[in-house]
Design a protein around this ligand. Sequence first.
Ligand code: AMP
Length: 288
Amino acid sequence: MAKKNKMLVVESAEELQVIIKEHKKSKKKIGFTPTLGALHEGHATLIQRSKRENDIVVCSIFVNPTQFNESSDLKKYPRTFIADKKLLERIGCDILFFPSDKEVYPNGTDYAVKVNLDGLDKRMEGAFRPGHFEGVVQVVHRLLEIVKPHKLYMGQKDFQQFTIIQKMIDKLKIKTKLVVCPIKREKDGLAMSSRNSRLSKSIRKKATILHKTLKTVKSKIHLETPEDLCKFAQIKMDIVDFKPEYFIIIDGYSLKPIRSFSDTDYAVACTAVWAGDVRLIDNMILKP
Ligand code: AMP
């Protein structure tokens, strides 16, 4: 039986750069998946795809302080390094990059990546989580600078996030191809998320309302207008312990709300809902 390679855990950005350079010299393709840790099977699908499409698979675990607009959310974010390491070893990740804040931001966090995102960062999550996408762009830009992968793997789960990162890659002409992977769901339809572990038992049970509502909306796109469907969805998810923050049907390229389904060939429903004190997001492509 072939011996499995041991996963390298690298904490230094400089050391990682040296290792990657060596791999690139021997013409190895590098696939990269950035995460905040508390890994689940949703993350695993990204890394497994990266493994199929590359020679060397890198995953980072970094709870990036600059993308949390609420310090309590940053504090409460689950940190499960030992279990994460086990999961990554099981699926054959080659390198786990586990840097400190100092490694990622050696000159401090007070700088912004200068890129015009054409307003993509101002809507939906951007409107409710001020500063969030500045932090996401800052950290992904920095991680790409360190890893310089051929391919970057992100999830459709964070629809606005991957759309913004694609925009950043295009505008800054970064030589990395973004690969977007479908949303991995629990058996009952709830999108897998590190935050799900914070749901109480009874709220977890009811959290299927997000996926159910998205599916119902999708089934009605030939019958109702986007505006009416958004109203319907908000009411449907307004149940005890749940508070919908937004439900929007957008054009998947511009992220602008649409008035009619004939306005676009790429319609997406996006939602954020407070489930108790846990904020859940989900989305579904309605068209095509
Ligand atoms: P996070 O650790 O939450 O920042 O997620 C890291 C990456 O995993 C992001 O690109 C997410 O979109 C992706 N991801 C998170 N949850 C899922 C899921 N349920 N299915 C697919 N991808 C996911």
